[in-house]
Design a protein around this ligand. Structure first.
Ligand SMILES: [Zn+2]
Ligand SMILES: [Zn+2]
Length: 248
């Protein structure tokens, strides 16, 4: 079984203090690498407003994109948990908007994922289903599924996530639509559909076979459908975040 908590250490980078796993391989799948800073000599002017740098107009590097800006264009200090910074760090306008949006994921959805929810799961094409509680491990690296058996799915080895939704618009109430997060960027956020299931494709450690698992909100008495639907919505956000960072 995988350990749920990894040792962490404090490291000082030019951008600020970071709390990182002792073993680099144990980084959260949501983590991003620190960017290479644009060398000072390659940027005589602010990369946003074009102000010339001199003794008065000093240059600052955005901790998220590594580009050079004047103080005005890079004054915001915003939390950046995806790079493991302990304190808020200086970011340019564009990056601070992205980081602020991600904070909502860290404050809310990540907690929902770690709290877990009940689902009925089926493997591959099998008809046999079982009821499990699925939760994201504390280090964010695994989905732990616990029912009669314990399963672990490594998040970084999940290749596709499809959210199964139930439309609420009159007429197509029972039409199930699949939204593939990893194949297309156009994802409907919330809207008038409710998530009722998820299809994932993943690979097991040391095995190249593509496995498939289907999650559905269970009819089981122990299944709180509302909790399961929020868990799926949170997983939707998580997959989007992972997908976007794989694209970069
Ligand atoms: Zn500027
Ligand atoms: Zn930036």
């Amino acid at each position: 079984m995988s350990t749920d908590r990894d040792g962490k250490k404090l490291v000082r980078s030019p951008s600020g203090l970071r709390m990182v796993p002792e073993n680099r391989a144990h980084c959260s799948p949501f983590c991003l690498e620190e960017p290479q800073w644009v060398p000072d000599k390659e940027c005589p002017r602010c990369m946003h407003c074009d102000a010339k740098f001199d003794f008065i107009t000093r240059k600052h590097h955005c901790r998220r994109c590594g580009k050079c800006f004047c103080d005005k264009c890079c004054s915001k200090k915003v939390p950046l948990p995806r790079m493991c910074f302990v304190d808020p760090v200086r970011q340019c306008g564009e990056c601070s908007v992205i980081s602020q949006k991600e904070m909502e994921f860290y404050d809310r959805q990540l907690k929902v994922l770690m709290n877990g929810a009940t689902f009925s799961i089926t493997h591959g094409c099998s008809e046999k289903s079982e009821t499990v509680v699925c939760r994201l491990s504390n280090n964010h690296r695994y989905l732990f599924l616990d029912g009669e058996t314990h399963y672990e799915i490594e998040v970084s080895r999940i290749l596709t996530v499809q959210i199964l939704t139930e439309g609420f618009t009159p007429g197509d109430k029972d039409i199930h639509t699949y939204t593939s997060l990893l194949e297309s960027q156009c994802i409907t956020e919330g809207g008038n559909s409710r998530a009722i299931g998820m299809l994932i494709q993943y690979k097991k450690q040391g095995c190249d076979d593509l496995k498939q698992m289907k999650f559905t909100t269970s009819e089981d008495i122990n299944c709180n459908k509302k909790m399961s639907a929020s868990w799926l919505a949170a997983m939707h956000k998580a997959a989007k975040l992972l997908y976007e960072s794989r694209e970069q």
